[in-house]
Design a binder for this molecule. Structure first.
Ligand code: C5P
Length: 226
């Protein structure tokens, strides 16, 4: 089975208070997008990469893909949308039926190859899988006044990361349904869950954090320069 890597990289980076969108910030001479893509090059089944980015960065993204991808891996750079979900929906028409669709945030440059492979294996078996880790903190459900409503048992709470891997047809159906019903989720698996389709959680590592806040960027710089 061939795999297509889908990378949403069209975020504005507002929580980081930077002009440059996160995927295009440079650390140790490489953009974060480049660091992230390099993590996938060891994946044998990888046949194609599709990156969604904002209009101003289409050329930059093309340049990066041209320089890091070996010739046998095809790539497309397309314009993203207002929400992460729109960005990904736009990429799906470039993914052939029968492919595995691997969705991975541009801003998770620390994912390990063995975890990518484990996730792909699980998705081949079940149709859908997500990399994650057990919740570290106790998670509270609150109301709009920030009063606590509930404390779900931590033993069944996991944090979802990416990659999230799907048989292409399943992901397509999930996005189509979400689009028709105007549903916006915060990850891809949640759309597939709405189909009633099972999704397997695969244990990864806490080092696969998403560069979101200034502290994350500091940590990423420390890790990538050492
Ligand atoms: O905003 P968040 O941290 O969830 O973003 C996760 C990933 O989704 C980032 O790589 C970001 O560039 C991407 N994204 C996107 N299109 C958007 C918003 C976020 O591709 N409209």
């Amino acid at each position: 089975t061939k795999a297509t890597l889908i990378i949403p990289a069209a975020g504005s980076g507002s929580r980081l208070n930077r002009e440059t969108p996160k995927p295009f910030l440079e650390i140790s001479g490489k953009t974060i997008l480049e660091h992230t893509i390099l993590r996938f090059l060891g994946l044998e089944s990888l046949g194609q990469v599709v990156v969604a980015t904002s209009p101003l960065y289409l050329n930059k993204a093309e340049e990066i893909l041209n320089s890091v991808l070996p010739e046998h891996i095809l790539f497309h750079v397309i314009e993203g949308g207002a929400e992460r979900q729109h960005s990904i929906f736009n990429t799906l028409k470039f993914v052939d039926d029968g492919n595995l669709a691997i969705v991975h945030d541009a801003v998770r440059p620390f994912v390990e190859l063995k975890h990518i492979e484990n996730c792909c294996k699980a998705a081949m078996q079940t149709g859908a899988s997500v990399l994650g880790v057990p919740a570290k903190d106790t998670i509270k459900k609150i109301d709009k006044d920030q009063m606590i409503l509930d404390t779900p048992s931590r033993s069944f709470l996991w944090q979802a990361q990416t990659p999230q891997v799907f048989k292409k047809e399943i992901l397509q159906e999930a996005y189509q349904k979400a689009f028709e019903e105007n549903f916006i989720g915060t990850d891809d698996a949640s759309l597939v869950e709405r189909l009633g389709h099972p999704v397997k959680m695969v244990e990864g590592d806490r080092s696969n954090f998403k560069i979101t806040y200034p502290l994350d960027l500091k940590l990423a710089k420390l890790l990538l320069s050492s």
